[in-house]
Design a protein. Sequence first.
Length: 145
Amino acid sequence: MDFFSFFHSLLRYAVLLTLVAAFLINLRGWLMGRPILTGERMITIVAMVLCHVQVVLGIILYMQNWKAMASLDAGPLQRFFKYEHAATMLIAVILVTLGRSLSKRAQDERSKQMRVAIFYGIGLVLMLWAIPWPFREVGRGLGWL
């Protein structure tokens, strides 16, 4: 496993942790109608930045393995990494970015938190599905890192 692959695998935990935290903080604020604190808003920003770093690492890995991926048969494992993982993760990060961007434009605190909670929540679910976890068929033998 090379450096980019290792760091990409390790960074997923920071991405997931900050996304879950940002989602829960904003969901709570939205449902309770309370203003978000500066530190809580910072977690939302950090989650988005980590998502962007993860995408850049993913693109680097995809480009490094371009020739190997181009010659792969269309089996389920190859299809997952070649198409499903990359596309789903890209969509998830776009949703996270969109949620943050739309929340900045919202007029009141409650709708800011609602937008972050909804978009980050959908992005989080997509990411959890597209990660090749060791207990799934596509992640068997890859380990947790």
